[in-house]
Design a protein around this ligand. Sequence first.
Ligand code: GLA
Length: 729
Amino acid sequence: MSLSYDASARTFTISTAASTYQMKVDAHGYLLHLYYGALATGDMSYLVTYADRSGMCGCPHDVADRTYSLDVLPQEFPFQGAGDMRSPLLLVRGEDGTFGCDLRYVSHEIRPGKYGLPGLPSVYAQDGDDAETLSITLADERLGLEVELLYGVMPAYDVITRAAVVTNRGEGRVTVEKLQSACLDFVSGDFDLITFDGRHAMERRPSRRPVMNGSMSVGSRRGMSSNQYNPMMVLCDRPATETSGRAWSMSFVYSGGFLAEAERDQYEQTRVQMGLDDDLFSYPLEPGEKIVAPEVIMSFSPAGIERISHNLHRVIRERVCRGPWRDSPRPVLINSWEACYFDFTGDKLVALAKKAASLGLDMLVMDDGWFGARNDDHRGLGDWKPNMAKLGGSVADLARRVNEVGLGFGIWVEPEMVNEDSDLFRAHPDWALAIPGKAPVLGRDQLVLDLSRADVRDNLFEQLCAVLDQGGIDYVKWDYNRSIVDVHSRVTSDQGKVLYDYMLGLYDLLERIVSRYPDLLIEGCSAGGGRFDAGMLHYTPQIWTSDNTDARNRLEIQYGTSFGYPCSAVGAHVSACPNEITGRTIPLGARGTVAMAGGAFGYELDLMELNDRACEIIRTQVATYRKVEHLVREGLFYRLSDPKDADVAAWEFVSEDGREALVCAVVTRVDGYGKAQYVVPRGLTPGATYRMVSNGSEFSADALMDMGLPLTVPAGPYENFMYRFERVD
Ligand code: GLA
């Protein structure tokens, strides 16, 4: 049984394939966290120690016991108000303005199936899955506040999910000033924290540092999960590597602002926690109202960080992503953006499509510039009506012409935004988030629409349906290109609700679109990778990873992304050189090898300018991709080197059954008469023999995984290698 309650010890125990999690209701009704680690049995209450803490906050329910202080004890859902002075998950104020509450255990329930969260994305179970939910209710008597802690357990996926529902069952208003979803308290251990940091066009590079006394945090106040910090983090033993040491992860299933914290306290105990950003948050609950803290997926590995990634890849790919595209090969795209930016016509796109068809591609995506007065990025957002003169007809007409040359058809949209120079803004200036009397902060000349408003969402839904209902559109790239600065909605006086309600609004709009167009493939995008999170992946099974298509930078960006997200989600295109952003020139072969590490592969350059040799290389790349695509999308992914430091960036995909493997490498540095480079694969079946598909040579799996595979001595930087292996059974 994956979930159990021991009534005599008052412990809850959760087990997954490789982890055990335990908590306990103590004598005062507080819920203590006991253990999250390697599979274990029995009562772990002994891990909590008591000593004289008379200099510290005592127990509100037993003043005589000077050994009891919540400031020391490991907790499951820490809150401000009962003596824990570390960072809380919950901070509330009563109607009189007083901070604090006192949450104690009331009841619990264990039920079959995985809980869902109203209006929010979450991991789901499907028929045949072994899934259970634990619901624990805590309450504060004075305020009448109730907190339901939800735990979802799907043992086969080796993850535990957490969420919380805060309900005001009292008679006065309660304002939630901070709300986080989950924490992990460790009574001992020295840890490193790994977060995934960056900026526009350089997202999600791993940043690893020791957790020292004090607190450290990453997060986003931008109304989006952000290009700067990602809502996924790993905590690990200080010496942990890809294959050794304990590691834990937290991934937020939410696409708005977040806060992820790590704190080492006065007794060198560690707390990590994740949840909503609290800076721009203040959420009043009237009697009867509730707010849901979005889901956090937690994973534990007893043997290195790699296993954390494998767990997350599997659960996100199979039980966060949805729809028919979840398990299907994705179309190989030609995207018009870096091919021609705003400078296109319907004829030009049809010519591009024809050329793409001759190279073996599947779909043309018409990026920005097809609607309203949108011939540059100063105007037109909000007016989702085709520019018929530019396209030479309707979108459906163009789709038909593209279909006739043998390609599917997709379009770009950025529905959440509006330019001041647009018909929508002229008709509804109050629909944009803006503070009356204050000059709005523009980003790329655009404002954000108030998606917390149902009328705004209805308008966008109708406009999008008017385009999609014409037919012929197989794919949509859903973009979002700026942060929210001016947090002010015209329809509420509680501005601290707006950013959270905005996200509920966005998810509502996306849900309506995916329900009405179940076969539509949607690719998320946010100035490249600014909303690359598990929340968006519930609606868009792939995401444009970064606006940076330079293969050298992409090695790092995709490496960092792989810690928390499956390759099936990674949008990766081959673009022209010199690269638009970095000015770097990298051979087409290496650009292809790097982009083929994404399960959403394509091209983003003017195909009409290619010479015959380049066309031949692309034809071969597309043919190669078709052969390995299933491994990229569904295989176990191994980071064989860190591209930031290594002379050879190397990675590998292995099918779950171990029968096939694909080892990829790109040389990033060459020295005069340099040494031979060896790539050491992992995950092959021990004892087996593997045959290299290209030349039939046979290798012992054990020798390969020990000494590695020598690459031919590289003649120059960006020489690239893709070796396919099949197990000889
Ligand atoms: C963003 C996206 C790009 C492209 C442009 C269009 O920057 O990340 O891929 O779609 O918008 O304006």
